[in-house]
Design a protein around this ligand. Structure first.
Ligand code: FAD
Length: 411
C-alpha cells in the first residue's frame, strides 16, 4: 500500500490551530510557572480556555467530549503539543492517562465508563498504570502479583509494582495481576481498576531517577512510584475486560503510548534544533561565525535528516492506521528510531551550545536526562529490535525477500 502525502484540509487546519495554541498559550504559561505562579491555577485556566475553543482530548470520540480526530490528524496535533511540556496536559492528552483512557473506552463496562472514564475525560481525575514489577518488566509475563477471588463480589490482590508513573498524583490505578497461573502464558493476567488512595495500594516512594527535577516535576509527571500491594480488595465490578485479558489489553494500550512518545519527541527535537541553530548563528569562534563552519553545518544536517525520517515514519504509520492496516512492524521500528533520534538531536544541541548546553540555563539539560527513559519505557530497544528482526526473517522465508518487513509496501 503506497502513501498518499496529501494531508486533508481539516487535518491541516487543526494542526495549525494547535500550533498556535502551543505558541500563544502554553509557552507563555510555562513562563508563568517559572515565575512562581500556582500550577493548578495556571493549568485550570489553560484547560478551561482550551476546552472552550474545542481543543480537548484529541483522539477521544466526539460523543465522549473529545475532538474525535483520526490517527493522522491526531499524529499532527501531538507533534505540535510536544513542543511545550504543558501542551499535552492542557488538552488532557498527557501520558500515562491518555492510553489508559483508550483502554477504558474500548473495554470498560457502562458502569466503569460512567464512574471512572467520565471524570478522566473531564480532566477532574488522573489515572496511572501499574504493570511493571521489580520481578518483571520487558517480559511482563513474569509478573508475580496475584489476584484471588474472594466470594462472588471481590478480588484480593497481593504483590508489588514499581515505576508506576504518576501514581502519586493519580485518583485511579489500573493494576495488572495474575488470576490464573495455570492458563496459557498470555492469558494468566487480568486488569483491575483501583480507586486511590487505598490502604491496600501503598506508595512506598517516588523512585529517584536520573531525570533533572524542578519544583513542579512531581506534580507535572507525578514521579514513578514503588508500590506495595497488600490485601488490596477490589470489587469484581472493577475487573476490566474480563479475566485473562489483561496482557493483551496492556499491549493494545502500549501500542498507542509508544507512538505518542515518538510524536512528542519530534516536537522536542525540533525545538532543540531551533535552539542550537539560533545559538550558532549568533556566535563566533576563531574569527568566524559558527554557522560558517562546515563541521557545524554537518551536525545540523544530521539532525535535519533524523527529523525528516521521523516525520515520514509517523506520517506513514498514521496513514496505515487510518486504513486500519497492520502497523505492528512499523510501530516497533519507529518506537526505537524516534527514541534514539531525540537523543541524538538533543545531544547535538547541547554540544553546539558548549558549556551553556551543559548548564541549566537552557531546557536542554533537563530534556537530555528525561529522554534517556525513552529507550526503556514501553519496551526497551532490544526487545523491539528482536521482534523486528524476527519479522524480517519471517518475511524472507515466506516471500523470498525481506522487503515486506522494511517498508516495501510503500512501493
Ligand atoms: C521513566 C519510566 C516510566 C515508566 N512508567 C511505567 C508505568 O507507568 N507503568 C508500568 O507498568 N511500567 C512503567 N515503566 C517500566 C518500563 O515499562 C520497564 O522499565 C521496561 O518494560 C523494561 O523493563 P525492566 O526495567 O524490568 O528491564 P528488564 O526486563 O530487566 O530488561 C533489562 C534490559 O535487558 C535487555 N533485554 C531485555 N529483554 C531482552 C531481549 N529479549 N533481548 C535482548 N535484550 C533484552 C534490555 O536492554 C533491557 O533494557 C517505566 C519505566 C521508566 C524508566
Amino acid at each position: 500500500m503506497s502513501i498518499d502525502f496529501e494531508i486533508p484540509a481539516e487535518a491541516k487546519a487543526v494542526r495549525a490551530r494547535v500550533r498556535q495554541w502551543v505558541h500563544d498559550e502554553c509557552m507563555p504559561a510555562e513562563k508563568r510557572l517559572l515565575a512562581g505562579e500556582d500550577y493548578k491555577t495556571v493549568l485550570n485556566e489553560l484547560r478551561g480556555k482550551a476546552r472552550s475553543q474545542g481543543l480537548w482530548c484529541p483522539f477521544i470520540p466526539q460523543e465522549y467530549g473529545g475532538m474525535g480526530l483520526g490517527p493522522l490528524a491526531n499524529a499532527l496535533v501531538q507533534m505540535e503539543l510536544g513542543e511545550s511540556y504543558l501542551g499535552a496536559l492542557s488538552l488532557n492528552t498527557q501520558g500515562p492517562d491518555d492510553a489508559t483512557m483508550m483502554t477504558l473506552l474500548e473495554h470498560g463496562t457502562p458502569y466503569q465508563k460512567e464512574k471512572f472514564l467520565k471524570p478522566l475525560l473531564n480532566g477532574e481525575k488522573r489515572i496511572c498504570y501499574s504493570m511493571t514489577e521489580k520481578a518483571a518488566g520487558a517480559d511482563a509475563t513474569g509478573m508475580q502479583t496475584r489476584a484471588e477471588r474472594v466470594g462472588n463480589d471481590t478480588y484480593m490482590l497481593n504483590g508489588e509494582k514499581w515505576f508506576s508513573s504518576a501514581a502519586s498524583v493519580a485518583d485511579i490505578a489500573v493494576v495488572m495481576a495474575k488470576t490464573d497461573p495455570n492458563a496459557p502464558r498470555h492469558q494468566q493476567f487480568s486488569t483491575f481498576i483501583v480507586e486511590l488512595p487505598n490502604p491496600g495500594y501503598r506508595i512506598k516512594r517516588d523512585i529517584p531517577t536520573m531525570a533533572l527535577e524542578g519544583p513542579l516535576s512531581h506534580i507535572l509527571g507525578g514521579g514513578h512510584a514503588e508500590v506495595e500491594i497488600k490485601d488490596l480488595e477490589v470489587p469484581a465490578e472493577n475487573l476490566l475486560g474480563g479475566e485473562g485479558n489483561g496482557f493483551n489489553m496492556g499491549q493494545h494500550r502500549l501500542a498507542y503510548g509508544r507512538l505518542r512518545h515518538g510524536m512528542h519527541n519530534v516536537a522536542m527535537a525540533q525545538r532543540a534544533l531551533d535552539l542550537a541553530t539560533a545559538h550558532i548563528t549568533s556566535r563566533s569562534t576563531f574569527g568566524k561565525g559558527l554557522d560558517e563552519r562546515q563541521a557545524v553545518q554537518f551536525m545540523l544536517a544530521e539532525c535535519a535528516s533524523e527529523l525528516y525520517i521521523a516525520r515520514l515514519m509517523l506520517l506513514h504509520i498514521a496513514y496505515k492506521a487510518e486504513r486500519k492496516m497492520d502497523i505492528r512492524q512499523e510501530n516497533g521500528i519507529a518506537k526505537v528510531f524516534l527514541a534514539n533520534m531525540v537523543h541524538k538531536v538533543v545531544d547535538t544541541a547541547i554540544q553546539l551550545h558548549g558549556a551553556l548546553g551543559y548548564s541549566r540555563d537552557t531546557p536542554l539539560a533537563a530534556w537530555y536526562t528525561h529522554i534517556r527513559s525513552q529507550r526503556l519505557v514501553d519496551g526497551p530497544d532490544e526487545v523491539h529490535k528482536w521482534t523486528t528482526g524476527r519479522n524480517v526473517i519471517k518475511a524472507f522465508k515466506s516471500t523470498g525477500t525481506t522487503a515486506g518487513a522494511c517498508g516495501g509496501d510503500l512501493l
